[in-house]
Write a protein that binds this ligand. Structure first.
Ligand code: NAG
Ligand code: NAG
Ligand code: NAG
Length: 192
C-alpha cells in the first residue's frame, strides 16, 4: 500500500486514485462483503430491514456499514432478497437505501469546504505526523501539536471521521479510533 503522505485524505476522496480503489471494491465477492460488515452489525442491519424498525442502527454499526461501503451494502441486500422470496424488492431496496443514508448522515465528517480548509491549515507534513500517531502510534512533534491545536478540535475530529471512510481504513474500529483521536488532541493541548 502506498505511503499516506497526509491525513488530508479527505481531499483524496475526489482524486482518481481513490476512485480506482473504490472500483476494486465493487468487484469484491459477497463473502468478502460479509466479512467486512461482520456478524454483529450484519445482524443488526438485517434485523432493521426485516422488521421495518425505522430507528437508526447503532453508531458503531453505522460506521461499519459506511466502511463496508455502498457497493457491498447493495450486494448484501440483493443476497437477502434472492433468498427470501416473500420480500417485496421495491420496498426492501428502498428501506435498505434509507438505512445506508441515515448512517451516512450520522457519520458524515461535515462540509467538504470546511474539511478542505482544515487539511490546508494543518498542512501535509503535520497531517502525516498526526496520521502516523493515530494509526502507527508514532510520536508527534511539538511543532505539529501546536499546529493541530491551532487548527482546532472540530477540524481534528472531522478529519478523523473522513479518514475512517477511506477503503484502507475499513477494518479499523471506528469508535476506538475516534477516541484515540480525541486523546491526541488532549495530549497536544498539554504540550508546552
Ligand atoms: C427498534 O430497535 C431498537 C433497538 O434495538 C429498539 O429499542 C426499539 O424498541 C425498536 N422499535 C420498534 C418499533 O421495534
Ligand atoms: C411492492 O411494493 C410497492 C410499493 O409499496 C407496490 O407498489 C408493489 O405493488 C409491490 N409489489 C408486489 C409484487 O407486491
Ligand atoms: C474556507 O476558507 C475560506 C478562505 O479562508 C473561507 O472564505 C471560507 O469561508 C472557509 N469555508 C468554511 C466552510 O470554513
Amino acid at each position: 500500500m502506498a505511503r499516506f503522505n497526509n491525513y488530508l485524505i479527505v481531499l483524496a476522496l475526489v482524486l482518481p486514485s481513490i476512485t480506482a480503489k473504490m472500483s476494486d471494491i465493487v468487484e469484491e465477492p459477497l463473502s468478502e462483503c460479509g466479512k467486512h460488515i461482520g456478524a454483529h452489525c450484519g445482524d443488526e442491519v438485517m434485523g432493521r430491514l426485516k422488521s421495518g424498525n425505522e430507528t437508526v442502527i447503532s453508531t458503531s454499526c453505522c460506521y461499519k456499514l459506511l466502511q463496508t461501503g455502498y457497493p457491498c451494502h447493495t450486494k448484501l441486500t440483493l443476497f437477502i432478497l434472492e433468498n427470501n422470496a416473500e420480500l417485496n424488492w421495491t420496498e426492501f431496496f428502498a428501506k435498505s437505501d434509507k438505512i445506508y443514508h441515515k448512517c451516512d448522515v450520522l457519520t458524515a465528517p461535515g462540509n467538504p469546504e470546511f474539511l478542505a480548509n482544515c487539511t490546508e491549515s494543518l498542512g501535509s507534513d503535520c497531517g502525516e505526523e498526526v496520521y502516523n500517531k493515530l494509526i502507527l502510534d508514532k510520536t508527534i512533534s511539538k511543532h505539529c501539536c501546536e499546529k493541530l491545536v491551532k487548527t482546532g478540535e472540530q477540524c481534528h475530529a472531522a478529519m478523523a471521521k473522513a479518514l475512517i471512510r477511506i477503503p484502507e481504513m475499513r477494518n479499523v474500529n471506528a469508535l476506538q479510533l475516534l477516541k484515540k483521536n480525541k486523546k491526541i488532541f488532549e495530549h497536544c493541548l498539554h504540550v508546552k
